[in-house]
Design a protein around this ligand. Structure first.
Ligand code: SAM
Length: 242
């Protein structure tokens, strides 16, 4: 059982230095005192995405502010495997699911992609809040970077060819995922299409790229959110840190 596992985890911005005071933003202070019902003297765990995890004690709680005193470092940051998730935004609730699962499943970067059949937009600020919440819950010490939505063509135009792009191709003639993914080590990326799927032109464009590997996720057509979580999980199991 991990030590300190029962203590709440809070993401804070800025450096964490043992002995320093950290004043929490109002909403976080409220969450700690009102929702988690913690009080002065109680301990929490802090992480900022760069410096590992620290213990901290609550030294002051009031309506106006909550102050913590940073304690010892209890975990050092080991960066997760360099796996990215690119996905075409779908309905808001399902985008939240994709971003939350990508965070839990260790994605290092999340890139919304605009394809020909993408019909939804995505609110990056809202997604950032879900990333932080998922990282606190999943015991991550880093945060996945979440980028603004970009057109598929633009992303490919600037693609680093040393990063393999796994393309979930529902067209039906791609390699089975497990065999394909076992050979694809980090740095890698997974691309999931929109509800309407990729167009024939997009599939041809992707398949023409030397760094692109089409994979099949089996005989059934998965929802985009299911496909995103399933492919990330499979990659972590055969080539990642599971
Ligand atoms: N509208 C498409 C159709 O009916 O054929 C389905 C698109 S699916 C809802 C969304 C995305 O999930 C696809 O573009 C693909 O990236 C991925 N996906 C879903 N099922 C898949 C499968 N069996 N094999 C490979 N990729 C799949």
């Amino acid at each position: 059982m991990r030590a300190f596992y029962k203590l709440p985890r809070l993401y804070v911005t800025g450096e964490i230095v043992q002995g320093d005071d950290i004043v929490l933003p109002k909403d976080q202070g409220h969450f700690l005192s009102r929702v988690l019902r913690r009080t002065v003297g109680d301990q929490v765990r802090l992480f900022n995405g760069n410096d590992g995890e620290y213990l901290a004690s609550i030294t002051h709680i009031s309506k106006r502010e909550t102050v913590l005193s940073a304690g010892e470092q209890i975990r050092t940051l080991e960066p997760p495997p360099d796996i990215w998730l690119l996905f075409a935004p779908i309905k808001h609730k399902r985008n939240v699911f994709i971003v939350e699962k990508a965070t839990e499943l260790g994605a290092a970067l999340i890139q919304p992609v605009i394809t020909a059949r993408t019909t939804s937009r995505i609110n990056i600020d809202k997604m950032q809040a879900h990333v932080i919440e998922a990282a606190e819950q999943t015991e991550r010490l880093d945060l996945p970077q979440i980028r603004d939505a970009q057109k598929l063509e633009h992303i490919l135009a600037g693609w680093d060819k040393s990063r393999t792009l796994v393309f979930a191709d529902e067209g039906g003639d791609a390699k089975p995922a497990a065999t394909a993914l076992a050979k694809i080590k980090a740095p890698a990326a997974i691309l999931i299409g929109p509800e309407g799927g990729f167009t024939a032109d997009e599939r041809a464009m992707l398949r023409a790229k030397p760094y692109c590997v089409p994979i099949s996720l089996g005989p059934r057509i998965l929802r985009a959110d299911t496909a995103a979580a399933a492919t990330l999980a499979l990659w972590q199991a055969v080539s990642g840190d599971w």
